[in-house]
Design a protein around this ligand. Structure first.
Ligand code: SF4
Length: 259
């Protein structure tokens, strides 16, 4: 049985997939998004803040599953389940696959929140055990993507198309993709970016929704405590998210939502 490092487990979550869910955040991420909201998840190991507060804990997949199962009644009553998040869960593929596989054996609805940055073989391994893909779309210009995240865009888009094709080929059509777009004022919220998101969503049959996630500077204090740097974007103006939703709605046939 595999052991991995879990950043935290959040119960009664209602934002990361349908119904009441438990979100399991795995530690470790190879991206370095300028605006990262959880720089404490970058390192793959258990860490400490300078004041001694511990970040993350080692857990086996069985320990994760038994924590998940404590709230099975709530999932059943609400149409919820479990969501695997990070960090980047696909950066710990063996542990991620084992958790997802065991969750499916327990008949839980499963979602994964991912940047999509992984080897295609990892995507194939995870695919059978994921009901809902929450796929981050950070930037759709290759050069800007590298500059904002330090990783290339094309493998991510190729993986997204791969997942879409696999889901499209299924007869049940119950498994879905939601695009999640962090909107950072002055960085990725221009007309070209909004148009590119609409075009991408409309090109993928299993994308059922676009979520707009306006910038919140959650990462600043945590980065300072760890001696790391994340970009502090200007505070979004009033109704920033609503305005982006309406710009996007004019360009795509897919539903667009705010959290
Ligand atoms: S925002 Fe997510 S994908 Fe980007 S660096 Fe932070 S943890 Fe990694």
């Amino acid at each position: 049985m595999r052991e991995g490092v879990v950043l935290k487990i959040e119960k009664f979550a209602t934002h990361d997939g349908p119904g009441i869910r438990t979100v399991v955040f795995l530690k470790g991420c190879k991206l370095r998004c300028k605006w990262c909201h959880s720089p404490e998840s970058w390192s793959f190991g258990v860490q400490k803040y300078p004041d001694g507060e511990i970040i993350g804990q080692k857990m086996t997949s069985d320990e994760v599953i038994s924590t998940l199962m404590e709230d099975k009644d709530f999932y059943d009553a609400s149409g919820g389940g479990m969501t695997l998040s990070g960090g980047e869960p696909l950066a710990s593929p063996g542990f991620a696959v084992e958790i997802l596989k065991k969750a499916k054996h327990k008949a839980l609805h499963t979602a994964i929140e991912t940047s999509g940055y992984a080897a295609p073989e990892v995507i194939d391994e995870v695919l059978p055990f994921v009901d809902l893909w929450l796929w981050d779309v950070k930037e759709l210009d290759e050069k800007k993507h590298i500059s904002y995240t330090l990783v290339p865009l094309e493998p991510i888009l190729s993986n997204l198309r791969r997942v879409n094709a696999a889901l499209e080929a299924e007869s049940s059509q119950t498994r879905k993709i939601i695009l999640r777009c962090p909107m950072i004022p002055g960085l990725n919220d221009g007309n070209a970016e909004i148009e590119a998101i609409a075009k991408l969503a409309d090109s993928l049959s299993r994308v059922v929704q676009i979520d707009i996630e306006p910038y919140i500077p959650y990462g600043i204090d945590k980065a300072r405590r760890l001696g790391l740097k994340v970009y502090e974007a200007p505070q979004p103006p009033p109704e920033y998210g609503e305005k982006i939703v309406s710009r996007l709605c004019a360009l795509t046939s897919k539903p667009v939502c705010l959290p």
